[in-house]
Ligand binder design. Structure first.
Ligand SMILES: Nc1nc2c(c(=O)[nH]1)N[C@H]1C(S)=C(S)[C@@H](COP(=O)(O)O)O[C@H]1N2
Ligand SMILES: [Mo]
Length: 452
C-alpha cells in the first residue's frame, strides 16, 4: 500500500482545468457539468478526484492506493497471440444475425455493431456479411481473374490474371463505405427492430487496396466507345453477377481489390478479390471476383431483374437503382441503450452519401422541431462514412433524437413522410429516411417512427 501525497489531485485542481478552458466547447461542457450537478445528477459528472481513489475508484480510503495485481506483477509475453484479439471485456461487441430472417444461415446477413464502434473504420472482423450461398476461403494461388468482351469488337485482348500478377501492378488505397441496398429495409412498414445494429448494420467502411479496373481494361484494349456496360461475376455458388455502367469504371473509382484495412480481404468479404464500387449498393461489390466482361447493353442478371428492385406506388418496378443516397444514423444514444442519468452526453453517429462528401449533419432532440448542426470529424472523405458528434445535456424528459445529413450535391436526407410520398411503402430496398430514437424517462432508448 502506498500513501498518496497530501492533495495529490484536489478538487480545485479539477476546477482549474475548467477555468483555463476557453469559451466554446469546453465552456459548454463546464456549464453542462454544473447544470447536471445542480439538478442532483452525478452520473455524467465524474467524481472529483480528491474524493475518489484513482486506482480503485470504488475503493475505501481515498488516500490509500491499493495497487492491483497488474501494477505489481509481470504481464504476458509478446506474441502469445500471433494475431491479436480484442480484450475479453469486449466480448459482447459482435456482428449478429437475425434468427429467422432467412431460411438458411448461408444465404443470410450478419449486422455490424455500429453502436459500439468509434471513428469511421469498421474493424475487419466486425464488417457486416451478406452471402447468397455461403462464404469460402479460396486458395489465392489457384484463383484467376478473367477479363473478356461479349464480342471481340469490344475488347481486343482477353486476359487472365493470377493474384501475383495483379499485385505487381500500380495499386491505390481508398476509404469507402459499403451499404447493402436492403439496409434499413425492415423499417419500410413500421419500426421492426430494436437496435441500430439491426436497423442500420448492413453498413461498413474500410480502407480498400487494389488496382483500378480501368487499368486492366486499358491493358486488355477495351473500346470505350462501344463497350458501355460491365459485368462482374463471382466464383461462389450464387453466380453473383451485376451490370455496372462503364462511366463508373472510366472515373477510375472502381477497384479490383485484394486489401482491406491494411491486410488481405477477409474470406467473408471476398478473399482473395472483390470489386469495390464506391457509392453503389453492396450487391455490385462482387466478392470472390473471377470474371469481368464488357458488353454493349445491360445484362439483366437475376440479381438485377428479380432482386434489388423497388416496387413503386404506381405498381411499376424500378430497376438499376444503384447509388446509395445520402443517409445518417445516430449510433449513441440508440435503440437498446440506457442513459444512466440526466446530464451531459455526447450524441454521436455516422453519415454517408453515394454521391460524394457529407457537407452537414443536423441533429434534433425534439423529433425534428429544432435542429443543431453537429461537428463533422475529420477525415471527411467522398463516398465514405463521416463521424459526427454533438454536445447534449439530457434534462431527464422524453427526447426524440434524429440526425439529418446533407451531401455536397445539396441533397438532404428525407423524413419517412417525404420518402413514402415518392416511394410508397412496398419497397424493401433503398430506405434512407431519417431515423428516430426515443429516449424514455427511464433512460431506455427505443426505435420509433413519428406519425405524419
Ligand atoms: N460473390 C458474391 N458477391 C457478393 C455477394 C455474394 O453473395 N456473392 N453478396 C453481395 C451483397 S448483396 C452485398 S450487400 C455485399 C456484402 O459484402 P460483405 O459481405 O463484404 O459485407 O457483397 C455482394 N457481393
Ligand atoms: Mo446486399
Amino acid at each position: 500500500m502506498i500513501k498518496a501525497p497530501e492533495n495529490f489531485i484536489d478538487a480545485d485542481g479539477v476546477r482549474q482545468v475548467f477555468a483555463e478552458a476557453k469559451e466554446g466547447r469546453r465552456d459548454f461542457l463546464r456549464k453542462a457539468f454544473v447544470a447536471a450537478g445542480a439538478a442532483g445528477a452525478s452520473a455524467a459528472a465524474p467524481r472529483a478526484l480528491a474524493t475518489a481513489n484513482p486506482v480503485d475508484p470504488q475503493g475505501g480510503d481515498p488516500n490509500i492506493l491499493e495497487l492491483p495485481e497488474h501494477s505489481r506483477g509481470l504481464g504476458q509475453p509478446v506474441a502469445t497471440d500471433g494475431y491479436g484479439k480484442p480484450s475479453k471485456y469486449e466480448a459482447n461487441v459482435q456482428r449478429r444475425q437475425s434468427p429467422g430472417l432467412t431460411q438458411t444461415t448461408q444465404a443470410s446477413v450478419s449486422f455490424a455493431p455500429l453502436q459500439s464502434l468509434f471513428g469511421i473504420v469498421t474493424p475487419s472482423g466486425l464488417h457486416f456479411e451478406r452471402h447468397h450461398q455461403g462464404w469460402w476461403d479460396i486458395d489465392p494461388s489457384k484463383h484467376r481473374l478473367m477479363i473478356n468482351g461479349s464480342d471481340e469488337r469490344l475488347l481486343k485482348k482477353p486476359m487472365v490474371f493470377t493474384l501475383d500478377e495483379l499485385m505487381r501492378l500500380p495499386s491505390v488505397s481508398r476509404f469507402h463505405f459499403i451499404e447493402c441496398g436492403a439496409n434499413t429495409g425492415m423499417e419500410w412498414g413500421n419500426v421492426a427492430v430494436p437496435t441500430c445494429q439491426y436497423s442500420h448494420g448492413m453498413l461498413s467502411c474500410s480502407e480498400f487496396t487494389g488496382v483500378p479496373l480501368k487499368l486492366l481494361f486499358d491493358m486488355a484494349g477495351v473500346d470505350y466507345k462501344k463497350a458501355r456496360y460491365v459485368l462482374g461475376e463471382g466464383a461462389d455458388g450464387s453466380s453473383m453477377t451485376r451490370t455496372l455502367p462503364m462511366e463508373l469504371v472510366e472515373s477510375g473509382e472502381v477497384l479490383v481489390a485484394y486489401g482491406q484495412n491494411g491486410e488481405m480481404l477477409r474470406p467473408e468479404n471476398g478473399y482473395p478479390l472483390r470489386l469495390v464500387v464506391p457509392g453503389v449498393q453492396g450487391v455490385s461489390w462482387v466478392k470472390y471476383l473471377r470474371r469481368i466482361e464488357v458488353g454493349d447493353q445491360p445484362y439483366g442478371a437475376k440479381d438485377e431483374v428479380l432482386h434489388y428492385i423497388d416496387l413503386m406506388p404506381d405498381g411499376r418496378h424500378r430497376q438499376y437503382t444503384s447509388i446509395q443516397e445520402c443517409k445518417s444514423v445516430v449510433t449513441t444514444p440508440s435503440g437498446g441503450q440506457v442513459l444512466l442519468d440526466k446530464g451531459f452526453y455526447n450524441i454521436t453517429g455516422l453519415a454517408w452519401s453515394g454521391r460524394g462528401k457529407i457537407k452537414r449533419v443536423d441533429v434534433s432532440v425534439d423529433g425534428g422541431r429544432n435542429w443543431r448542426s453537429a461537428r463533422l470529424e475529420t477525415p471527411v472523405l467522398s463516398k465514405c462514412l463521416t463521424r459526427f458528434n454533438l454536445d447534449w445535456v439530457w434534462d431527464g424528459k422524453p427526447a426524440l433524437i434524429q440526425s439529418r445529413a446533407m451531401d455536397e450535391t445539396g441533397y438532404v436526407q428525407p423524413s419517412y413522410r417525404q420518402l413514402r410520398a415518392v416511394r410508397g411503402t412496398r419497397s424493401i430496398y433503398h430506405n434512407n429516411a431519417i431515423q428516430t430514437w426515443l429516449v424514455q424517462e427511464s433512460g431506455e432508448v427505443k426505435n420509433v417512427q413519428l406519425a405524419g
